[in-house]
Design a protein around this ligand. Structure first.
Ligand SMILES: [Zn+2]
Ligand SMILES: [Zn+2]
Length: 485
């Protein structure tokens, strides 16, 4: 590097230093914003986008921020909220979000952040505000935010505000040890936590899932939850493990998961027994139960030993599919949701010669396996009939397929269109059943039938992708093909 370049770099560094000095503003104390909000909010950043107004407090002019303007900048989960202002001493005020117009927050060197309102009683004027909690004031439930517990096939939902206001406790934990001569001093810090004992959990063991694709079997006495703004994190008691943005826990979780497709397939393939995977997109365990009752004579209603299996979070096609064919959790295989296509680990197709995949009109994941795509040629709204015909054709043509994955999409499509429990969705199984009957009777090997995720009702439609029983439980069964002895 020559002298001129060094000089230029020095100049840039020096001007950066100057900039950061001149941009330094008055240091306000921070307020932690938490509760039923969609994203974590930095209060100090947020107020820089707002104008101040001059108001008079006890005869003195102060520059203040309109409280309603501040609250309007929160991306809250629900349309109607209560807003809690929590002071350093724990004192707290609760306001309806529609009663805070013409009220103010201002900063004072001595008292920190203060609230000022002329229309509320005088004791509303609290000082040293440290926290704002946004709390759902509607009857709605949004499973995407907060924390969920699945027990006995039901999903219990907790909003973050509910965890903070009703379920949290303060405990002291050892933050560090200092030493002088031979005397040790333990430095304790207060920490606000949610103990599993304070939640609706009966079982000590549970399965925990996070938005980052963790799928962990844990014990409740080994850890606790902490709130970080809009997120819930799990912390191991020894602080050795932190799992961010946890979505919920499952009590009495099923013994099997859709990840078992990987090891179950390889188990038979290694014994030279061909495996067909009948992948029925978006059929939940509960829909399967309905089918059993409504159509007890169908082929799929008469397969023995259909088990309840767990999908993975996020219960959407890419993530569920990747978990099935890799045997790994989303955090391990890299497919967290619909935005991901490239596997970080090998799939069953990589270790199997003569594998064949029969798909709909698009490839879902980037896989190197031979794939036959199928368009809706007859434009009946489904690719399943074309997928079925392709599968039969290939089965007849080739006699050496060792791993054959057939992915049907119509059940999921109908679930989205009509709803999970609608009879039009449930009745579509009669079409799938005929395909299952013909494919399985002509297959010389084992068959694994399962789904990537389930489905729940949303108004008059259906959807999936949340931490709830309907989305996370799917049927799973292994049975013999008709030609297999
Ligand atoms: Zn799907
Ligand atoms: Zn879907």
């Amino acid at each position: 590097m020559n002298n001129r370049n060094i000089f230029l770099i020095m100049l840039v560094l020096f001007s950066l230093l100057l900039c950061s000095c001149s941009e330094a503003k008055v240091e306000y104390g921070n307020i932690l914003i938490s509760g039923d909000i969609k994203e974590n909010i930095d209060f100090n950043k947020l107020i820089t986008s707002l104008e101040t107004e001059d108001i008079e407090v006890n005869g003195e002019k102060v520059s203040a921020y309109d409280f309603e303007n501040i609250v309007n900048l929160f991306d809250s989960v629900y349309h109607q909220n209560n807003i809690y202002l929590v002071a350093l001493d724990g004192f707290s005020n609760k306001f309806s979000s529609n009663s805070i117009s013409d009220t103010y927050l201002f900063y004072n060197e001595v008292n920190g952040w203060c609230y000022y309102s002329e229309k509320h009683p005088v004791n509303s004027k609290i000082k040293n505000i440290k926290k704002i909690i946004v709390a759902n004031d509607t009857d709605e439930i949004n499973y995407e935010f907060g924390f969920n517990i699945i027990k006995n096939d039901e999903t219990i939902h907790y909003d973050i505000s509910e965890l903070l206001l009703n379920k949290s406790s303060i405990y002291f934990h050892l933050d560090g040890v200092t030493k002088k001569d031979n005397n040790e001093l333990g430095v304790m810090k207060k920490k606000e936590i949610i103990a599993f004992n304070d939640l609706d959990l009966d079982d000590i063991k549970f399965l925990l899932m996070s938005s980052e694709g963790n799928h962990e079997y844990l014990k409740s006495d080994k850890g606790y939850l902490v709130i970080d703004g809009s997120k819930v994190n799990y912390i191991d008691k020894k602080n050795s493990k932190v799992i961010n943005d946890v979505k919920g826990v499952m009590e009495n979780y099923p013994a099997i998961s859709i990840m078992d497709v990987y090891s179950d397939s390889l188990y038979y393939i290694e014994k030279d027994i061909p495996v067909m995977i009948l992948f029925i997109d978006g059929i939940s365990y509960f829909q399967y139960k309905t089918i059993l009752k409504k159509y007890p004579d169908l082929v799929i209603s008469n397969i023995d030993n259909v088990k309840k299996a767990t999908s993975v979070f996020k219960p959407v096609t890419n993530a569920g599919y990747a978990a099935m064919i890799t045997g790994k959790t989303p955090i391990e295989n890299g497919i967290l949701n619909r935005d991901y296509r490239k596997l970080l680990v090998p799939s069953i197709f990589d270790s199997t010669a003569n594998a064949l995949l029969i798909e709909g009109n698009i490839k879902i994941l980037d896989l190197s396996v031979e794939t036959i795509l199928n368009l809706d040629k007859n434009e009946n709204g489904y690719t399943d009939d074309e997928i079925f015909e392709s599968a039969i054709k290939e089965m007849d043509k080739r006699d050496n397929i060792s791993l054959f994955l057939v992915h049907f999409h119509g059940f999921d499509d109908n679930g989205h269109k009509y709803g999970a429990t609608d009879s039009k969705t449930i009745d579509y199984i009669k079409t799938i059943d005929k395909y299952v009957e013909e494919l399985s009777s002509g297959w010389n090997g084992k068959i694994i039938m399962t789904a990537d995720h389930g489905m729940h009702d949303l108004l008059d439609k259906g959807t999936h992708g949340e931490f709830r029983a309907e989305d996370l439980f799917v049927p799973y069964v292994i049975f013999d093909g008709g030609l297999y002895e």
